[in-house]
Design a binder for this molecule. Sequence first.
Ligand code: PMT
Length: 400
Amino acid sequence: MKNEQSSNTLLCITGSIAAYKSADLARLFKKNGDNVRILMTDSACEFITPLTMQAISGNSVHRNLLDETAEQAMGHIELAKWADTILIAPCSAETISRLSSGRADDLLGAIVLASKAQIYVAPAMNKNMWSNTATQNNVNSLQSRGIVFIGPSKGEQACGDSGYGRMSEPEEIYETIKMSENKFLNGKKIIITAGPTREQIDPVRFISNNSSGKMGFALAEAASKSGADVTLITGPVSLECSNKILRIDVKTAAEMYVESKKYITDADIFIGCAAVADYSPVIQNQNKIKKSSSKDMQILLKKNIDIIASLSREFPDKKFMGFCAETEKIEEHAKVKLVEKGLDFIVANDVSKKDIGFDSDFNEISVFTKESHTHFHKASKNLLAVQLINMLSKNNQSIH
Ligand code: PMT
């Protein structure tokens, strides 16, 4: 029976060492007051017992497609109709492949075919299995059918490898789903800048910085999942984004400014996560500057336009969230930038630390407004991005 007050979540567990994290996931949904039912494949039962999941969810675990007792209580069609949300976590490469083919010879396959619920998949597998073209083709096929992927994350794997394939942390999965369900930013247009800029000295040399674009891309994905119409203006990075996001590739600060100005007119929110070069060479040599054996080289630099400060002055009706990369006196510098750049929020991070900030998959941030200070402990950039977008969403009423 569907309870109108709370959400019905069907958590499906498949065969992966990450299955132990499903217990935490079920707990998070229960804590939120959701009704939780559990489906486990045979392989999942090799990693975590149905008894554990039954105790956490408060319901007996669904395992078989053809089960006389289940048919009387809740058969596959009824279960498919009951669910508002279906989450497959962890989802193995085998399950992704089966779902992509539309198989209906087990309970999970049949439910996925029969249900109108929003389906989320949190993959977990070896990094080579994840990057294999066969898996990626299956993922594309499922995404084109509206299934939303959360992760996988990068990191150490149970098999000893390191790379993309780890199941995302339960909190990230949970928060992403809740944000997607609420779609607080539906109809809002957001511009996000990401990555470094590259200021050419001559055809072979440039001035740039260590930004990888990870934080900005994570924000773009989170904002898109929250229902926003996202334009991502990025400097040179080696990242990909989902095809719902309008991606504009630029190189220099000047190009980033031109594109930002072009798209901001009908936007509601601007997030400046890019590490924009503050200076660029006055002269860009057309030919490679020859090395002189006797003299040092001097390059005269000119100040670049401050993109976010200039836009916030010109478009005071929009919301502006800036980032602040510092190596000392972080709070002090962040508060000055908040005011000087005319921002509504500034997200400060310490880029002197090796395990967060530039190029890391993790960050630790403090968000300042004129009235408040919120600290987010070290976490994956994906989770922090979801939390930042949630914070902006809560401010939604004041976003015109
Ligand atoms: O890309 P990653 O490897 O994931 O790393 C993430 C990050 C460390 C780059 C990110 O979290 C971050 O801190 N980005 C802002 C970096 C930066 O340029 O900080 P800043 O303090 O110099 O600039 C303050 C704000 O002004 C930023 O919003 C920046 O985008 C903006 N700015 C700066 C200079 C300029 N000419 N124009 C701008 O708009």
